[in-house]
Design a protein around this ligand. Structure first.
Ligand code: ZN
Length: 263
């Protein structure tokens, strides 16, 4: 498909906002083990159903002046903020995939980055707080990556399949061995599924780079934080956010990183 990149910048910003709206639902409901489909969005205070117009990302909240249309209870500003952030990330995905506005857009690269950027929101919001990763994001990533691999310009279905096996299997084995040696629960299965999804999207080589970046980030952030906050070094660690941050970095620059260290 031949569309100018600038068209995708705008479209992905709008899509991003819609995903942000969905993530608000996911972030609220998933740790509470509520369905993400039913019931429809409603005010947590008075259960009043939120109308379509009031549900439009960012604008709905602004229009309502940040209050429920029915009971006038304040609606948290975190909702429009998540939607605005998601719009920004959507824009960034399309922009980084093709920064010259009138060049034809790189669709597969834009969509891959869109997924890797946008899913950071639920990963951060849920894993840091509850130490779990939603299947919508982890299993979703595996399915998304594999489906995308059939399109022109992607890594191809075989590389995607190998990516899922190598990354998912490898990290699972690593986690089992670690838990045997350390005699405590190792890495969460959510991290394994998340990593398998990265393998599906970018292939095993680049996914491994994202794992290394993630592990380094976790080390840089978590160790000083736990020392300063005097937290127990052995308490479980939310690894998903760091792994998640490593993914778009590796997708964009992984080949340069490999080249830098190998050549
Ligand atoms: Zn209300």
């Amino acid at each position: 498909m031949d569309v100018p990149a600038v068209f995708l910048w705008v479209l992905f910003a709008v899509w991003g906002a819609c995903f942000g709206s969905f993530f608000n639902v996911l972030i609220y409901r998933m740790p509470r083990e509520m369905s993400i489909i039913t019931p429809a969005s409603h005010c947590p205070g008075c259960k009043h159903k939120i109308s379509f117009w009031h549900n439009i990302p960012v604008l709905g909240w602004l229009f309502l002046g940040g209050r429920c249309a029915n009971c006038k209870e304040p609606i948290s500003i975190s909702y429009p903020l998540v939607e605005a952030l998601a719009a920004l990330l959507g824009f960034a995905a399309a922009f980084l995939a093709e920064p010259s506005p009138w060049q034809s857009a790189n669709l597969v690269k834009s969509i891959s980055l869109f997924w890797l950027f946008l899913t950071l929101i639920p990963i951060f919001a849920i894993d840091f707080k509850y130490l779990l990763l939603p299947d919508t994001v982890t299993v979703g990533g595996i399915l998304f990556g594999f489906a995308l691999s059939f399109f022109e310009g992607s890594i191809g279905w075989l590389s995607s399949l190998i990516g899922i096996g190598v990354c998912g299997g490898g990290l699972f084995l690593f986690s089992v061995i670690c838990s045997k040696i350390l005699k405590k629960e190792g890495m969460g299965f959510g991290d394994v599924k998340l990593f398998a999804g990265f393998g599906a999207i970018m292939g095993s080589e680049l996914a491994c780079i994202s794992l290394i970046i993630g592990a380094l980030l976790a080390l840089i952030v978590i160790v000083p934080y736990r020392l300063l906050a005097k937290k127990d070094m052995k308490s479980p660690l939310p690894f998903g956010p760091f792994l998640g941050l490593g993914a778009p970095v590796s997708y964009l620059f992984g080949k340069d990183i490999i080249w830098f260290f190998v050549v």
